[in-house]
Design a protein around this ligand. Structure first.
Ligand code: ZN
Length: 136
């Protein structure tokens, strides 16, 4: 697959405002974007750390994916996202290698990235996202 870098690490939080304050006050990072992704029932906040980002995720619905994650496992690291080029091809190659996919086609995620998730049962328990920034 050869990712170019870690695009972001997604962290599930109960309270986005408190989590933003924590990252700003303790780590000295600046939140540069807050965005709701209705389809995923989340509100996200982004921080740049070098070439990578931290994506904080607050559920807008207890039945959404982040709501259920927090209910089961509490707050914490939710997923790892690799930046790739030509996401459609990477997805096909990955499936051909026997990895189970959650998304068979890329879809729009936060920050206008094309994203797709691989199934954690196929990726050593780590929910893994691959994404491509078509703007860059
Ligand atoms: Zn993500």
């Amino acid at each position: 697959m050869k990712p170019t870098h870690i695009e972001h690490i997604g962290i599930a939080v109960k309270n986005l405002d408190e989590a933003i304050s924590f990252y700003e006050n303790i780590f000295g990072l600046k939140c540069y974007n807050i965005e709701e992704v209705k389809e995923q029932k989340v509100k996200t906040a982004f921080f740049k750390v070098g070439d990578s980002k931290i994506e904080l995720l607050e559920s807008t619905d207890p039945d959404g994916p982040i709501g259920r994650f927090i209910e089961k496992r509490g707050e914490g690291i939710h997923h790892l996202a690799f930046a790739v080029k030509d996401i459609e091809t990477r997805l096909r190659e990955t499936e051909e290698k026997g990895v189970r996919l959650i998304d068979h086609k890329p879809r729009k995620g936060a920050e206008n990235l094309n994203i797709a998730f691989l199934h954690p049962k196929s990726t050593l328990g780590v929910l893994t996202e691959i994404c491509e920034d078509k703007n860059s």
